[in-house]
Design a protein around this ligand. Structure first.
Ligand SMILES: [Zn+2]
Length: 155
């Protein structure tokens, strides 16, 4: 049997990383946060690919690049549960699932228009509620939002 997800080869990677199962539409945020445009690394981007796991997905492959934990934390908002594979000589040597850090700084713009965070570096505490939905709580106004309600980002 052919695994349908294996058909989508956006170029092979010799050494580098493969970030797969990014929710559809979020690849651009990640490219922006990692500041990948205009760099020397070869990058393969797949958009709106079918995924059995999440319906439609994006994926990003970057040649000759690894990600620091700070970079992973910075992009995690846009790819929770995505899989990050580290590739060396065509082989996957490490694979892990992206998780949200407990605190996200500077990326989310608080939806509360009167929040004082707009004058500071925003800070949001991440939690998962009992229905397994991700909540983010503003450190300044203490309002709680669903992650999917957040539409404005400082990137
Ligand atoms: Zn706020």
């Amino acid at each position: 049997m052919i695994n349908s997800e294996k058909k989508h080869h956006i170029g092979y990677i010799t050494n580098g990383i493969n970030l797969d199962h990014i929710p559809c539409g979020n690849a651009w945020y990640i490219i922006k946060i990692l500041n990948l445009q205009g760099k020397q690394n070869q990058i393969g981007v797949g958009l709106n690919l079918p995924s059995k796991k999440i319906g439609l997905k994006d994926l990003i492959k970057i040649e000759n690049r690894t990600l620091t934990q700070d970079e992973i934390d910075a992009i995690s908002l846009f790819c929770v549960d995505a899989s990050l594979s580290v590739i060396q000589d065509f082989a996957v040597i490490k694979k892990h699932t992206i998780e949200l850090p407990p605190l996200i700084q500077n990326i989310i713009i608080c939806p509360n228009g009167r929040c004082i965070s707009h004058k500071h570096i925003s800070k949001f505490i991440t939690t998962t509620n009992r229905h397994n939905k991700i909540n983010v709580t503003c450190h300044y106004c203490e309002q709680i939002f669903f992650l999917e309600e957040i539409k404005s980002y400082n990137i």
